[in-house]
Ligand binder design. Structure first.
Ligand SMILES: [Zn+2]
Length: 131
């Protein structure tokens, strides 16, 4: 399998950014042969009043792999990212790639966030007040 094939995307722009980030910051994804597809969506995804979704990382179920040649799909909700700088978009894509975890046996899984906290708490006590 050549490296190009790992990054064939439905959205080449995100795919190119994602490919560069994988090589720079997550070479373990490359080494494990995990295929990541990138999709742009104009859906305005909202979880709650103060929680707009910028992007999402979905692990592809085994049965869907019969038709979808990727292990994970990263979806960028473009309508919610209007006005993002190039740097913010790169950070978003890196964030989504960090949802790809690889266990001791080399098996991929969907990783959850290291930190979930309120702005006020972070401002006053820092990100790691509980560690
Ligand atoms: Zn996340």
């Amino acid at each position: 399998m050549n490296d190009e094939a790992l990054y064939v995307t439905r959205d080449d722009e995100y795919g190119n950014v994602g490919s560069a980030i994988i090589q720079d910051k997550r070479p373990d994804i490359l080494a494990a042969g995990i295929a990541v597809g990138f999709v742009g969506s104009n859906k305005e995804k909202v979880v709650s009043r103060n929680h707009v979704v910028f992007g999402e990382c979905k692990k592809v179920d085994e049965i869907y792999k019969l038709y979808c040649p990727y292990d994970f799909l990263i979806i960028i909700y473009e309508a919610n990212c209007t006005g993002f700088t190039e740097e913010q978009m790169k950070t978003l894509i890196w964030h989504e790639l960090n949802h790809i975890g690889i266990d001791d046996k080399g098996k991929a899984y969907k990783r959850t966030h290291d930190v979930e906290e309120f702005d006020d708490i972070i401002r006053e006590y820092g990100m790691h007040w509980n560690r």
